[in-house]
Design a protein around this ligand. Structure first.
Ligand code: PEP
Length: 253
């Protein structure tokens, strides 16, 4: 990490996992973070049912809390949805938008993801905008074109380093135990950085770029050392405090 690189972010996405008992893992995380302040920002995005409780328990600790999705509108007749303002009201400071599971399960287009990221900004949240290619797209040699189009369509105009994080998550690496090589990650992240700088100037140079997809303690050091990788978005390994701490430790000297 060069001295001008943004402070890294290690973000956990609990997805649709966890009941109240899982908050014990977050308590373990808080204790560890308090005992040894990490060299990165740390975030947990729990299921919505746990968000307010986790945020209340984490107040005063260096542990941020985020949502996994939000609706584009601030309020209204949208049964089952959650507005970005509601997440903020519950104690969130981040929200993930456009995770590939939502793009696939809920047919979210780039335009929908962009509207959600705008909603996050409206509510004062940091949007973690996710992009990534499928295995078919990678095999066809389309990775860079696919993620460039997703970034162009999903990151709102006027995005700032303070309110936007971009997460590159190859769909085929999520939950599979497979990861791209460090060289492959470097190729994508340097292309993303160039695209952000071309569009947003200085802000594009300062936006955090996360890598996500089967990050675990054993591969974190290598993946997080790749140029223009400013942290990780972690699914499975974020459910266990020791594993998540093992990833955070990749930033310790
Ligand atoms: C994710 O879903 O964002 C993710 C990266 O999952 P995993 O770490 O389990 O691959």
């Amino acid at each position: 990490m060069s001295s001008s690189a943004p402070r890294p972010l290690v973000a956990g996405n609990w997805k649709m996992n966890g009941q109240f008992a899982l908050l014990a893992e977050a308590a373990k995380l808080r204790q560890a973070i308090q005992a040894q302040p990490p060299a990165c920002d740390v975030l947990i995005c729990p299921p919505a049912t746990l968000l307010a409780a986790l945020a209340a328990a984490s107040a005063g600790y260096a542990l941020a809390v985020g949502g996994q999705d939000c609706h584009a509108k601030a309020a209204g007749a949208h049964t089952g949805d959650i507005a970005a303002e509601m997440l903020a009201d519950a104690g969130a400071t981040f929200v993930i938008t456009g995770h590939s599971e939502r793009r696939a399960d809920h047919a979210e287009t780039d335009a929908v993801v962009c509207a959600k990221a705008q909603a996050a900004h409206r509510a004062g949240l940091v949007a973690i905008v996710c992009v990534g290619e499928t295995i078919g797209q990678r095999k066809a040699g389309d990775t860079l074109a696919v993620v460039a189009a997703q970034v162009a369509g999903s990151v709102p105009d006027g995005a700032l380093a303070a309110n936007t994080v971009l997460a590159y998550e190859p769909v085929w690496a999520i939950g599979s135990g497979l990861t791209p090589t460090a060289a492959d990650v470097a190729t994508v992240h340097s292309a993303l950085r160039a695209q952000l700088v071309a569009r947003f100037g200085v802000a594009g140079g300062a936006m955090r770029l996360l890598y996500g997809g089967s990050v675990k303690p054993s591969n974190a050091r290598e993946l997080l050392a790749v140029p223009h990788v400013n942290g990780a978005l972690v699914g499975g390994a974020s459910l266990n405090a020791d594993d998540f701490l093992g990833i955070i430790a990749a930033y310790q000297p």
